[in-house]
Write a protein that binds this ligand. Structure first.
Ligand code: IMP
Length: 426
């Protein structure tokens, strides 16, 4: 029987999904990206060699897999072609037999990128990646978007797109942007990029449903994380797509009936890039611990290079993520980063207006105070390959997570390399 797996970030993204995907990809036939775009940055380390992918699924490094960019993604043709080129230079097979792009994926055009950065400059800052993600999803919802396959009929598209461009031009001028490419420049460039992308076009929904019937194993690779979900995240400090489990079906066109197992990935602590509330952020007396996580964990964005804010593990938000996604199991990353700290904390509840709660609030997250449990720090984990060898306080830390979330931890990543992974029951 096919047992399709969905892997999702349970926090604000950057949980280290690529490494887990890389591991799960060993048993998968097809890997699918179903939301987000090149705002993601997935870093994979194989034999000390680092590969960063923004748009192409991380499974591409496994030669036996087929990798699909589903309809729920927003797609930047230039980024796709550059990424594909860089992979080809490393000897990775990126032929259309191995790499497929939904023909109804929405495209990111240059004016989306310009609007993203111009809005950030002009208004309340979300701290977006500036890749045009929000404006592209906005156009999709406003029915002003361009689906990739429309470039197959350029004359028709040219006349339907011009009024949209005119509107964007005015918006950009209003936002103070002066360096706006002409319509012809944008359109002609997009058409020439499309010629190179065209061989990859697929009806990905039909393709994936056929793969399911053929008993292939499909792995869904989430991007960003649950707390950045446009509905359930810390709105408005979120991304513009649904990053949660149900969207794996919507964004790929495979029936939700066929999603078999949902896995959540969390770091052993928490990070966040960009603005927005972050209850367990290390401040005051915990500032040094936060700096430790940032330095030791290399907490700098792989898409924008920005420093990530760091804090303790937050079980209140993880409980929410577990509920929304229905995690069957958890993977825990970067446990080794906490090695060497004298004390390790985790938030198990919040105090809101002098009342203690374990429920993640939909409003007023910036006003909560986390209530922490404390654990004795632990030493180096480099050589540990078996769960039995884990230090006593690590075992207690893991046990508290499982108890509070009522969900088993199935995988523990103890370092950046492919092999630094402890697999547990299930
Ligand atoms: P956007 O997705 O570029 O519109 O950015 C919206 C918010 O999501 C910002 O706070 C970004 O920092 C955050 N974000 C987007 N993609 C990622 C990611 O892959 N990891 C972590 N944060 C992300």
């Amino acid at each position: 029987m096919s047992q399709h797996i969905v892997l999702l970030g349970a926090q604000w993204g950057d949980e280290g999904k690529a490494k887990i995907i890389d591991h799960l990809a060993e048993k998968a036939d097809i890997i699918v990206r179903f939301q987000g775009g090149n705002n993601a940055g997935h870093t994979i380390v194989v034999n000390n060699e680092k590969t960063i992918l923004h748009l192409i699924p991380s499974g591409i490094l496994h030669p036996n897999t087929i990798n699909v960019i589903g309809n729920g993604v927003v797609f930047d043709m230039e980024v796709f072609l550059n990424e594909k080129e860089r992979l080809a230079q490393k000897g990775v097979d990126v032929s259309p037999e191995r790499l497929k792009v939904s023909e109804i994926v929405h495209t990111i055009l240059p004016y989306h990128r310009l609007l993203d950065t111009a809005r950030e400059k002009a208004k309340k800052r979300i701290g977006t990646t500036g890749k045009g993600i929000g404006p592209a999803y906005g156009d999709k919802a406003m029915r002003l978007g361009v689906r990739l396959g429309e470039f197959q009929e350029p004359q028709k598209l040219r006349s339907s797109l011009k009024p949209t461009y005119d509107e964007k031009y005015l918006q950009l001028r209003e936002l103070g942007e002066t360096n706006i490419p002409s319509f012809d420049e944008i359109f002609d460039n997009a058409c020439s990029l499309f010629k190179r992308v065209q061989p990859y076009l697929t009806d990905s929904s039909r393709y994936l449903n056929r793969c399911h019937q053929d008993k292939k194993q499909i792995l869904f690779e989430g991007a960003q994380g649950t707390l950045l979900d446009i509905d359930y995240g810390t709105y408005p400090y979120v991304t513009s797509s649904n990053t949660t489990a149900a969207f794996a079906a919507c964004g790929s066109g495979l029936s939700p009936k066929h999603l078999h197992q949902i896995l959540g990935l969390t770091k052993a602590y928490t990070t966040r890039v960009g603005a927005g509330p972050f209850p367990s952020e290390c401040k005051g007396e915990d500032q040094n611990a936060g700096e430790w996580m940032a330095q030791k964990g290399g907490e700098f964005g792989s898409t924008t290079g920005r420093a990530r804010r760091c804090g303790w593990l937050d079980l209140v938000s993880l409980r929410r993520a577990t509920e929304i996604n229905g995690f069957d199991g958890l993977a825990l990353s970067k446990l080794d980063v906490l090695s060497g700290l004298r004390e390790v904390k985790m938030a198990t509840s919040y105090e809101i207006k002098e009342k203690k709660t374990k429920e993640f609030p939909n409003f007023g997250l910036d006003e909560v105070s986390p209530v922490y449990e404390s654990f004795e720090g632990w030493g180096s984990m480099e050589s540990i390959q078996n769960e039995k060898e884990l230090p006593h306080s690590v075992k207690a830390f893991l046990q508290r997570i499982e108890e509070e979330l009522n969900t088993p931890i199935l995988m523990i990543s103890t370092g950046p390399d492919r092999d630094q992974m402890i697999l547990r029951k299930g």
